[in-house]
Write a protein that binds this ligand. Structure first.
Ligand code: AMP
Ligand code: MG
Length: 481
């Protein structure tokens, strides 16, 4: 590994150095060898992946640390938070020279653990491991993980569960909530912190006339793109608190996430989200709200009152990029999924008409697009109670596609419509087996989700292709993990 320790160059008030506390009886879970290669892990490192992913081995070139941050949780100021159960144990260069954080989740309590035990259970680790992998393979910026380990140590949740650790990778663990902590508790650190964020993550902004405004605009745009991509694959993050969004617009902190099955935009996938703040359909507006909260923390960078007023207006203008960026990516992406030309004035409406059918008929989001792609129009219609609604959609759909280069449009569909997403019941089955030390289903899903846009008849199982029947109770996921 090639280390590039840069977080420790920040003011020590922003972190606490400590070593991981290994669990008893650590044992192999799953290892992502392709990612380890990408991160230039040597053969020796790879041979020691279990020790590394269980906190037994750390690196002389990086002293592990827990970061402090704050956040708004479910819309309320939550005060100081921080890495309560994770440690940054390395920053290393990948094959492309990009710095990647190695973050060990479940590594024991830290000064920021509050009431928590500093641990993670196997169930939540497997969900996060597979989801990060799935999103990466879908082409959505996200954290990933080199591997995870289980243990013989029981961790108390609603019941006693096996403790686990996961070595998460991300291009950035600096959260919107970092700025909230600094602004609230150590405002003198803000200027230097912002400067470092720009140098590390947006060096091109240093050339801009106003680097901070260029930086803010970039963060806003990348977040908007990430959320547009979530919407297109039906991903609901579940806990979009300001401490769970980072400044590079790559997905972070999977808890009670869900890939939507039947198209229900107001489906509550996180059972701790009593008011439905973080449903699928709310994600764009919550993203906007989070960024607005974030921008407020930058105002302090200007001291002079007149300059401050102008700066506030300029920051508000940066946020105006959010909606058009989101809409552009979402619209183009939806047209791609539909096999419609994005320049045609009626394409977006036609896409919306299709989504309305999925919603009223409660059809599976992922499979319905695959059926459309395969021209299985009769199959979709057969599943509709209101067949006339589908017929009128189809008439519009075919009229837009008439006289277009349908081969090119169809080729776009193949790249935009996954066959496989991580359905809750798929993850659940893998978890139940893993809790009995059988990782075969984790391995199968890992492989299947590596190429979600490719039909894999030899690997797939019927349950991968749709929701469970509606009389089977849903898998409940909540914040407890
Ligand atoms: P989350 O909503 O999972 O991102 O967690 C919110 C905050 O709670 C973060 O500061 C976490 O580090 C902390 N946290 C969550 N679970 C635990 C735990 N079991 N022990 C200590 N801290 C935790
Ligand atoms: Mg979090």
């Amino acid at each position: 590994m090639q280390f590039n320790p840069r977080y420790p160059s920040l003011n020590p008030k922003l972190y606490h150095h400590q070593m991981p506390a290994p669990l008893k009886g650590a044992k192999a879970g799953h290892f992502n060898a392709a990612l380890a290669d990408e991160l230039q892990w040597s053969e020796q490192d790879q041979a020691q992946w279990v020790e590394i992913c269980s906190g037994q081995k750390t690196f002389a070139k990086f002293e592990p640390l827990a970061m402090v941050y704050a956040g708004h949780q479910f819309g309320q100021w939550a005060g100081q938070l921080g890495d309560g159960r994770g440690l940054l144990i390395g920053q290393i260069l990948d094959k492309h020279g990009q710095t990647i954080d190695l973050h060990l989740k479940g590594a024991g309590s830290t000064p920021y653990s509050r009431m928590g035990d500093g641990r993670a259970v196997l169930r939540s680790v497997i969900r996060e491991y597979l989801a990060g992998h799935a999103l990466n393979a879908l082409g959505i910026a996200s954290s990933n993980a080199v591997g995870f380990t289980s243990s013989t140590q029981g961790i108390q949740r609603e019941k006693l569960e096996p403790g686990a650790m996961m070595l998460r990778t991300s291009d950035c663990h600096i959260r919107l909530g970092h700025f909230e902590w600094i602004n609230q508790y150590q405002p003198d650190l803000l200027e230097d912190f912002v400067q470092k964020c720009i140098e590390w993550h947006y060096p091109e902004c240093l050339e801009a006339e106003q680097p901070v405004l260029a930086f803010a605009t970039q963060v806003i745009q990348r977040t908007a793109v990430m959320i547009a991509k979530w919407q297109l694959v039906g991903f609901a993050h579940g806990v979009m608190n300001t401490d769970n969004l980072n400044i590079t617009g790559s997905t972070l902190d999977f808890g009670p996430f869900g890939f939507m099955e039947r198209f229900r935009p107001n489906w509550i996938n996180n059972h701790s989200d009593y008011q439905g703040r973080y449903t699928y359909q709310q994600q764009p507006s919550i993203g906007h709200w989070n960024l607005w909260m974030w921008l407020n923390n930058l105002i302090r960078l200007k001291k002079d009152p007149a300059e401050k007023e102008q700066f506030k207006e300029d920051l508000a203008k940066c946020l105006e990029h959010f909606e058009p960026t989101f809409l552009e990516h979402y619209t183009v992406g939806l047209c791609q999924k539909m096999g419609l030309p994005s320049f045609h004035k009626d394409s977006f409406d036609c896409g919306m008409a299709f989504l309305r059918i999925l919603q009223t008929e409660q059809l599976d989001y992922t499979q319905s697009f695959i059926r459309l792609q395969n021209k299985q129009y009769e199959t979709i219609k057969d599943d509709c109670l209101d067949r006339r609604q589908f017929e009128s959609f189809l008439a519009q759909y075919e009229s837009i596609r008439a006289n277009q280069d349908t081969d090119a449009l169809d080729a776009e569909m193949v790249k935009a419509n996954p066959h496989y997403i991580l359905r809750n019941h798929m993850a659940q089955k893998a978890i139940e087996l893993a809790e009995r030390d059988d990782y075969s289903e984790v391995e199968r899903l890992f492989k299947l989700l590596s190429q979600p846009y490719l039909k894999q008849p030899d690997l797939e199982q019927p349950e991968d292709l749709g929701p469970l029947p509606s009389d089977v109770p849903e898998v409940m996921v909540s914040c407890s993990s």
